[in-house]
Design a binder for this molecule. Structure first.
Ligand code: GLN
Length: 598
């Protein structure tokens, strides 16, 4: 076997094979190209959509038949995103493995339509901890351990490993933060080294922002130029600029940026604000971004497969049905940051609602309601306090996951109101626990029912800490210590949940589903001591762990309430644009039925 040529980075080998009848036949074996890396960095400011840009590049390259993997780098020193306040950092997105990650990982899974592995998420905390542990174990042979090369090389190894376990051809790696931050310098340095060693296999994309100051009325390109120049000072040249702005870029600005940043004009991609993030891959496809990337990476052209048609249909459909609005309330507490409202803390919930609305053919209008506004409620069932009538105008109410005491009484009041007034109610994790407490207090008659999370001395701990959690908290082990990741649940035949999972499918026929697997993130659970009392009073536990000890789904029968259902798990983490979640879809169907005439 002899290496003959390297053409466009494709290694061509000539192999001699023996003919059974004697002599040799010459066959040509074309090996796969070198592994390719696309690094996505942010310029000018954070929050311009690097995550969506990276996800969308993943979607268009997958649609061209490439095996790709997406990696998110978070420069903070936290080991994972589990210990961060959602108003600081947005939602903590849980993977099957239980790793608590950045909300961008949720976008990656949704745009790729598949589960990601824990190796697809890297934080500085993980890297530094690993290097320090190796140093303590004498793994560096007595050397002085330093940021360069040890931290940098640890990062390079992680990039490579993620591509190997995903068996991918192209890695898309999003480096969190903005060019100019201290935190992400080592990651940029790792990317630089990869480029230096493999000049034809690495591409740098800068997702930048072009502001149009109101007083000027003109779009300014200088901050983008500066960001590109700053990146160049690290030894990294930008190959492609995704120019985010409120409006499309004109040719003049494209040419100006291209000249100042030393790239061809076609490498400046205009990415104006749009109504739906699911249009971004469609726009990238129109702008031939995949072709530009393949050419820059010396890869052959590929046709876009038919699966992309499905994506396009969904992207169109998700914006549709303006004439069928449904009011959906999300009652939470992680909305306010300073004077601003941040719905990011519930990102997966919002997206899950969108996907199911698309197939139920309605337009969801989301109302973010602060639970603190509902803290006072009359004890008399029929008496309606003014504020609560807002709930009458809702077609469905969701209480999502949460922690701690604040806003809890308000949430309990909202749940009670929904139950008594037959408003569709969907409780996610804390929302299920609170629904159980509400039922215990107001139907079973256990006035002092509570969760150990709020009042560990309460007379009726209907929700109690999980046995293994007690020890962890006593030892102060808060990081990655909840019940995390995917676990199975057995469903009760004939229940709303079991039927929703069974009769659901976009193109598929109904399929009897008796067991499901869902993602979890909690420390507390329904106390088994109260199950009998709750069941006798009418609450149905329609999903239980296989050994029957953990209550995974609670619901009221259809003849009592159209949809009063809660899950101990987080169904929103498995909702995908092309595979909406059955429970969200059932909830939206019932919400639609409540709104007569649409
Ligand atoms: N705080 C509750 C628990 O830890 C619920 C968690 C959640 O909603 N994710 O059990």
């Amino acid at each position: 076997m002899k290496r003959m040529a390297i053409r466009s980075k494709t290694i061509v080998l000539k192999v001699k094979k023996k003919r059974p009848s004697g002599g040799h036949i010459r066959t040509r074996v074309v090996f796969k190209p070198h592994h390719k890396y696309i690094f996505v960095l942010g310029g000018v400011m954070s929050g311009v959509g690097k995550g969506i840009a990276s996800s969308s590049i993943g979607t268009i390259l997958s649609a061209k038949g490439f095996a790709i993997n997406l990696v998110k780098v978070d420069p903070y020193l936290n080991i994972d995103a589990g210990t961060m306040n959602p108003t600081e950092h947005g939602e903590a997105f849980v993977l099957n493995s239980g790793l608590e990650t950045d909300q961008d990982m949720g976008n990656y899974e949704r745009f790729l339509g598949r589960d990601l592995s824990p190796h697809d998420y890297i934080t500085s905390g993980m890297v530094y901890r690993d290097v320090i542990e190796k140093e303590r174990a004498l793994k560096y042979g007595g050397k002085c351990v330093e940021a360069i090369p040890h931290i940098r090389d640890n990062i390079v190894e992680r990039f490579k490993y993620a591509s190997q376990i995903n068996k991918s051809e192209i890695s898309i790696i999003e480096i969190g933060g903005t060019v100019g931050d201290y935190g992400n310098v080592m990651f940029i340095e790792a990317a630089r080294v990869l480029k230096m060693k493999n000049p034809n296999d690495v591409v740098f994309i800068m997702v930048s922002y072009l502001p149009t100051p109101g007083a000027l009325g003109e779009m300014k390109s200088r901050p983008t130029q500066n960001a590109v120049h700053q990146l160049a000072s690290y030894g990294v040249n930008t190959d492609i600029i995704i120019a985010r702005a409120s409006t499309p870029l004109d040719d003049r600005r494209k040419e100006k940026i291209a000249a100042a940043c030393n790239i061809p004009t076609e490498h400046v991609i205009s990415a104006p604000d749009i109504q739906s993030i699911y249009d971004v891959p469609v726009n990238f496809e129109k702008d031939m971004l995949a072709e530009i990337l393949l050419e820059t990476l010396s890869l052959p052209k590929h046709k876009t497969s038919d699966t992309f048609k499905k994506w396009k249909k969904m992207a169109r459909g998700i914006k549709d049905h303006e004439d069928r609005p449904l009011n959906i309330a999300i009652v939470g507490k992680y909305f306010n940051t300073g004077d601003f409202i941040l719905a990011d803390s519930y990102m997966s919930v919002l997206e899950a609602i969108k996907f199911s609305s698309y197939i139920v053919k309605v337009k969801p209008i989301i109302h973010t309601i602060n639970s603190r506004d509902f803290e006072v409620m009359s004890k008399v069932k029929s008496e309606k306090i003014a504020g609560f009538t807002l709930l009458d105008t809702m077609d469905g109410v969701i209480v999502p996951g949460g922690f701690g005491e604040s806003g809890i009484e308000g949430k309990l009041n909202v749940i009670r109101y929904c139950r008594e007034n037959k408003i569709p109610y969907f409780g996610l994790c804390y929302g299920m626990q609170l629904m159980t407490i509400e039922y215990a207090r107001n139907v079973v008659g256990l006035d002092m029912a509570n969760t150990a999370e709020i009042d560990p001395k309460a007379q009726h701990l209907v929700i109690d800490i999980m046995p293994d959690q007690k020890k962890k908290l006593a030892e102060g082990k808060y990081g990655a210590s909840m019940r995390l990741g995917i676990y199975p649940a057995k469903l009760l035949k004939g229940s709303i949940a079991q039927e929703a999972y069974s009769y659901f499918g976009l193109d598929k026929l109904p399929k009897l589903t008796m067991t499901v697997k869902e993602r979890h993130r909690h420390r507390y659970e329904v106390n088994t001591k109260y199950i009998k009392k709750l069941e006798e009073a009418g609450l149905v536990f329609s999903g239980k762990s296989p050994d029957g000890t953990l209550m995974e789904i609670a619901e009221l029968p259809r003849n009592i309430h159209p949809f009063f259902l809660g899950t101990q798990f987080h169904p929103e983490f498995l909702a995908r644009p092309l595979a909406p979640h059955p429970l969200f879809t059932e909830f939206m169907k019932v919400a639609k039925a409540r709104r007569k005439g649409i």
